[in-house]
Design a protein around this ligand. Structure first.
Ligand code: MG
Length: 150
């Protein structure tokens, strides 16, 4: 959509014409509305990278949601009590399967997003993964030490 097609810009230009402003600022106001303050159109729509970042956030939230359901109701519960019972097929999956499904969604979005990133999201950096696992093990040991973990 070009700036001139933007409904808000169209409405503003129409208003300016209807009130018949005849001062020196009119031309400048009109130019800014049509071209943007710096002479370039500031798009109100997003690009693919922005769109995929939103999808990444969405899938991270869905993974988080599924993890909380698994903790709340157990990995093998099939969410038979909730409204999703009415969804076709959805009630057939247990929380472990749903968590796996959302993780697949997250990986799919990250692969698409990688086409738009200078530094790719990757699960192949074994050194980084081992460093993270070591850090988690370290804090798990501390949690055991203070009695918050079995
Ligand atoms: Mg999903």
């Amino acid at each position: 959509m070009s700036r001139k097609d933007d409904p808000a810009i169209k409405a503003a230009l129409l208003y300016l014409r209807s009130v018949n402003i005849q001062n020196p600022e009119y031309a400048e106001i009109k130019r800014i509305l049509e071209e943007g303050a710096n002479g370039c159109y500031v798009k109100s729509s997003m690009n693919e990278r922005q769109y995929l970042l939103i999808k990444l956030i969405e899938e991270c939230a869905e993974v988080a949601q599924r993890a909380t359901k698994a903790l709340t109701f157990g990995l093998y519960e099939k969410q038979a009590q909730g409204p999703s019972e009415t969804k076709t097929g959805a009630a057939e999956l247990n929380n472990n399967e749903r968590l796996a499904q959302e993780f697949d969604d997250l990986i799919a979005v990250s692969e698409m997003l990688n086409e738009h990133l200078a530094i790719r999201l990757s699960t192949r950096d074994e050194r980084a993964k081992e460093a993270k696992k070591d850090k988690i093990r370290k804090y798990m040991a501390y949690s055991r030490e203070i009695g918050t973990l079995e």
